[in-house]
Design a protein around this ligand. Sequence first.
Ligand code: CS2
Length: 488
Amino acid sequence: MRLNSASLGSLPATVQRPRYDRRGLATGIVHLGLGAFHRAHQAVFTDDVLAREPGPWGIVGVSLRSPETRDALEPQDNLYTLAVKDGGGQRLRIIGSVIGGLVAPENPEAVLAAMSGASTRIVSLTVTEKGYCHDPATGALNPAHPDVMGDLANPGRPVSALGYIVEALLRRRAAKLPPFTVMSCDNLPHNGRMIAGLVAALADERERGFGKWVADHVCFPCTMVDRIVPATTPEDRAAVARELGVEDAWPVVAEPFRQWVIEDSFNAGRPAWESVGAEIVGDVAPYEMIKLRLLNGSHSTLAYLGYLAGFETIAETIAQPAFARHVRALMEEQTATLAVPTGFDIDDYKTQLLARFANPALKHRTWQIAMDGSQKLPPRLLASARSRLDMGLPVDRLAFGVAAWMRYVTGIDEKGQPIDVRDPLAGRLKTIADTAGPKAERLAPALLAVREVFGDDLPANPTFAAAVTAALAKIHDLGARAAVEALP
Ligand code: CS2
């Protein structure tokens, strides 16, 4: 038996299920990037809102690449399980807010039709850092990006999320329908501001002056999203099926913690997410900086060092006292760069983070977080390194994570085995590393010269370059584990 509307009634009483009528729910939100994170975060908040108060806020999810999620969810009437896990076990809940799934490359017209539909008021995105086709060091549109070139060459058959948004906005304007709000839910600094600039830039490439129309008519709220959601494993699937008594082809697994801070800037209405725990604020920036630097900065650092040291998961890595010590010291370096809102208990936040990383029930792989480092390093570690350098402060802990990334992207681990490096720049990084060889004195400056990651300033900064080179030499000579243990 499969999880679907018909089997909902047979689930054990302990499993929470949608407490609202899903039939006839209007599509209010089209979400680009129907991955596990969206399904364990925004879709859950929306599910909570619908249970409190019925409204036109059904979500149509779009996969921009693979059909896997749609194929798994379609036979389930788009229902899926959220398994919330911690040391105490798992609690299951069925989420009903997703009412449709589309696969963009299969049927771009269907995606554009959903985005241009009269009931659609919000287009939200979780397409990961690399999905924005931008230059990570500057945040500007990369006009040479193959997806951007594809969007311009064939606008009726877009490739990127930006291409879909621009084409759908043009169609809405032509049909005299009001535009939707564009809400980025990715881990990027000033994500709303950034996507506003990217959409406007592409819009102008499409039609002169359309960028200004977009800026005048479309809201791009900034958001800070937070919930640790590892990729679902076959074991997770089996554990969910055992408890549900029916099969769910694609449940999502998450920690109990969830946070969503949203700038209140919507041109066509929104669900009352604040009634179910989201925080609506005037300025998201302080929250997103705190999260990106303390959570994601620590995550990336633990991912590279942990992977190199032979640890499979974040929980295993942070269980090593030397790694926990290093992360605490890194958080101190990061904190000096943060503007903490009044009333926000930053010490408590850090203590909670360490406990969240240690969650033994989440098998969050170091390899998963290590992906796309060229896109993740700038907001997570390099922005704060810049601030500290400006303040004349040392950057040793930040540099240690950067050095671990450099060691990782050489593509060979400490036992001489290949590393499956997933990164849009992986090929180039490997060539640079192969040409420079393993010695830190050559490898560090060669990788620092990758402008998209480090900009022009950091490679030229002697304090930064020296700190990274020294850290890379330690990791190379001692191995990641002993290098971390040797830190003061
Ligand atoms: C992680 C994030 O994969 C990664 O890079 O750092 O996905 C992290 O788990 C989330 O941002 C937590 O909210």
